[in-house]
Design a protein around this ligand. Structure first.
Ligand code: NAP
Length: 501
């Protein structure tokens, strides 16, 4: 069962210091509180493992990923039980998230077997070319080396110990050191046990995976600053992500930090759509806004409608949809506290009207809805900041020109959504060039929560949605974060990587 220890290169290791977990329900327990010493041991082992794992075949890595998925499934009930007690998430959500996690691992297994991700290119030699001959040049993507992954509070499975970042890095051929999230250390440990079992079953170097637990800022800093770490995957807050990004840039050898920092995911309701179905769209928005207590990076926190009768109907429908939701348990005391601070910030802003108020105490959150005008919005930058939780804001604009001005004022976003009818097409076309510059994913007549894990998905976007606009943290394209192209010039066949021969 649970040891309360770190998993470092196949060994369960304890630290002198411990911290106590703070589960939503059930008993707290002690976990080892790691620091620079444990990080160094894990990263040194990862570096050693890289000389083997980085040269493993795609078939070997695919078998390993599939085996991790099997081992997670074999611990299904245990994972749901501890995950639900630590995070307060309903059992059905954890079961669904487990399916997504094993699905991601299996998807990466089949993705690397196809081999397209290697992006192999070949320019044959042109010895007779004038004025100069061309050499034989071949290109292939190679794994970057040991990767650090930060477990996310809001996805204890799909974005944590064996989540998307870990799956992508292992698929690429990179060993992984996970810094577990303190909100769910027990869930992290059981998943680490599953990975450990898969490593042993597949005969892989144990340094390929380590989990270090802890609660100090020194631990996170030690992970990103270790000279042998070559890239970082992170999901979390703008403040935490930016601090770690700055540490990565300040290293003697700066490294890429792939931070997914969230956004407010604006939703633009076009006039004809609002006229035809304001009630349906408003109710749908309320559902998306409160899913998982609003603790999704794709939560559509802000919707924009043109003033008039349809806007009033839309707001009424959203209130009706939000009222019955009631209290939901938040992921941690800290996140509940941050939600209350965010609500107070919005509440205190001039020109903002609270149309749905509720009670939000301890670790609970109930929905809030605010309304403001386009003019107030544009004058108050604070309103565009993410409030992580079930809080919605309707911005009522005077006309479509003001809607476009608002769209232009947004910082980088993970998603942007348009609700439209055929008669709105010309106006939606005018919004598109703006939204393409702002968001990683643009949707029509849907809601952004629920991110499909597939080949064509981009879960990314310009800063501050992420720290690297060329990347995605969901879908098969996310493997690119942990690869580096290498060219081979006039190389004898025997020296080429196996996959390039
Ligand atoms: P977080 O505070 O950013 O923490 C994420 C991870 O980074 C944790 O392991 C944390 O360690 C570490 N960390 C943060 N700042 C650090 C620093 N300066 N130096 C070293 N390590 C650091 O995110 P969170 O704990 O998941 O949630 C807090 C807030 O983040 C939420 O209220 C919400 O606003 C936001 N959030 C957003 C998303 C999103 O997808 N948009 C997802 C989750 C959370 P410690 O736990 O030890 O501090």
């Amino acid at each position: 069962m649970l040891t309360g220890k770190h998993l470092i290169a196949g060994e369960w290791v304890s630290s002198e210091k411990t911290f106590n977990s703070a589960p939503a329900k059930g008993e707290s327990r002690a976990y080892s509180d790691g620091g620079a010493k444990e990080v160094d041991r894990a990263v040194q082992a990862a570096e050693e493992a890289f000389w083997y794992y980085g040269y493993s075949t795609r078939a070997e890595r695919a078998a390993f990923l599939n085996k991790i998925a099997d081992e997670i499934e074999a611990r299904a009930d245990q994972i749901t039980e501890i995950g639900s007690s630590e995070t307060g998430l309903p059992e059905a959500r954890l079961q669904g998230e487990r399916g997504r996690t094993t699905g991601q691992l299996r998807l990466f297994a089949s993705h690397i077997e196809k081999g397209d991700y290697l992006d192999r290119r070949y320019d044959p030699a042109l010895p007779d070319r004038q004025p100069l001959p061309r050499p034989d040049i071949r290109l292939i993507e190679r794994p970057v080396g040991p990767v650090a992954v930060f477990g996310a509070s809001n996805f204890p499975l799909a974005f944590s110990t064996a989540g998307g970042d870990t799956a992508a890095a292992l698929a690429a051929g990179c060993p992984v050191v996970v810094k577990g999230h303190q909100a769910h250390p027990g869930t992290g440990e059981i998943i680490a046990q599953a990975i450990d079992a898969a490593i042993k079953a597949c005969g892989i170097h144990p340094g390929v995976f380590s989990l270090v637990q802890g609660v100090t800022r020194e631990l996170g800093a030690a992970v990103v600053q270790h000279p042998l770490i070559k890239a970082v995957g992170f999901t979390g807050s703008l403040g935490g992500g930016k601090a770690l990004f700055d540490l990565c840039m300040a290293r003697p050898e700066p490294i890429p930090f792939f931070g997914e920092l969230g956004s407010v995911n604006p939703m633009f309701v076009m006039p004809n759509a609002a006229h035809a179905r304001a009630e349906t769209i408003g109710k749908g928005w309320a559902g998306s806004l409160t899913m998982g207590a609003g603790q999704f990076c794709t939560n559509p926190g802000i919707s924009i409608v043109v003033k008039g009768e349809s806007a009033d109907t839309y707001i009424d429908a959203a209130v009706k949809g939000l009222e019955p939701v009631g209290a939901q348990t938040m992921l941690s005391d800290g996140i509940a506290e941050a939600f209350r601070r965010g609500r107070d910030r919005v509440r205190a802003t001039a020109g903002v009207r609270e149309v749905l108020t509720s009670v939000c105490d301890l670790r609970n959150a109930t929905p809030y809805l605010y309304v403001t005008t386009g003019q107030h919005w544009l004058g108050n930058h604070v309103l565009s900041e993410e409030v992580f939780g079930p809080l919605g804001m309707v911005v009522v604009v005077n006309d479509l020109d003001e809607m476009r001005k608002l769209a232009l004022s947004f910082a980088g976003q993970l998603t942007a959504t348009i609700h439209m009818d055929a008669a709105d097409t010309a106006d939606a076309q005018k919004l598109m060039p703006i939204l393409e510059r702002k968001a990683g994913r643009i949707l029509v007549n849907g809601y952004p929560t629920g991110v499909e894990v597939c080949d064509a998905m981009v879960h990314g976007g310009p800063y501050p949605a992420t720290t690297n606009f060329g990347a995605t943290s969901v879908g098969t394209l996310s493997i690119r974060r942990f690869l580096r192209p290498v060219s081979y010039q006039n190389m004898p066949m025997e020296l080429l990587p196996e996959d390039l021969r």
